[in-house]
Structures are given as C-alpha cells and as structure tokens.
Design a protein around this ligand. Structure first.
Ligand code: HEC
Length: 107
C-alpha cells in the first residue's frame, strides 16, 4: 500500500487538534461549588481574596480530575493537599495562598 503523505498529515492534524480541544475545553460544572459571601470573610481572608481563590481553583485544579468540594477535606488537610497539588497546577505561592483561603473558608 502506498501512503499518501498529504492524507496522513491531514489525519495527524485532525487527531492533534481534537486532543488539544479535549484538553483545553473546560467542561467542569461549577454551579454546585461553594461561592463565598460576606458572611465567610475572616480575619485572614477578605471576600475578594475568597472569590479570587475560587476562580484560581476552578482554572487550575480541574485539568487532571474533577473539582473536590472544600468540604471534602478539613482546614488542616488542605495545606497538605496543596503542597503536592499546587506545583502540579503551576500555581505561584501567592496564588496558592488564595486557593488555600478559599478551600479552608478563610482559615
Ligand atoms: C497535573 C495534574 C493535576 C493537577 C493540575 C491537579 N491535580 Fe490533584 N491530583 C492529581 C492526581 C494524579 C491525583 C491522585 C493522587 C496523587 O497522585 O497524589 C490527585 C489527587 C488530588 C486530591 C485527592 C488527594 C488524596 O489524598 O486522595 C485532591 C484533594 C486534589 N488532587 C486537589 C487538587 C487541587 C486543589 C489542585 C489545584 C491546586 C489539583 N489537585 C491539581 C493530579 C493533579
């Protein structure tokens, strides 16, 4: 069988672009994910910080698995989870702190 280079290139291109779409498409349903309100602010976290943390969490933590609820782990457990996950998510230390504030509800 003779391989047509143009055709095989086209096939490769289609496979590559569909992979790119499946990786970048954010199909995460975040409607049930805890949304901070003024009542959640603490001495350690302003409402703005909690909201920024939520956005960063949604944007960086759903690439490899679905999003966990903040209630899935305790305020003592989240920092341990983040110490292994934040580097995988490529979060800076400042942004990791915001995500931590969101996940621990301002602790
Ligand atoms: C590069 C892929 C990747 C990214 C990005 C990622 N995770 Fe994970 N996560 C994993 C894998 C793989 C596991 C399975 C357990 C392991 O390998 O440690 C996991 C497990 C978890 C668990 C369960 C931990 C346990 O002990 O069972 C939590 C909670 C979690 N991730 C939270 C996060 C948070 C929060 C972020 C964003 C800061 C994040 N993940 C970003 C790959 C990722």
């Amino acid at each position: 069988m003779k391989i047509n280079p143009a055709k095989s290139f086209a096939a490769l291109f289609i496979i590559a672009s569909s992979l790119a779409v499946s990786c970048s498409k954010n199909t995460t349903n975040t409607s049930g994910l805890y949304v901070p309100t003024n009542a959640d602010t603490t001495a350690n976290a302003t409402l703005q910080e909690l909201q920024q943390g939520r956005v960063l969490y949604i944007d960086h933590c759903a690439d490899c698995h679905s999003l966990y609820s903040p209630d899935d782990y305790s305020a003592n457990q989240w920092p341990q989870v983040l110490s292994s996950m934040a580097p995988r998510a490529g979060l800076s230390s400042a942004n990791t702190l915001l995500v931590k504030k969101y996940l621990t509800k301002g602790k």
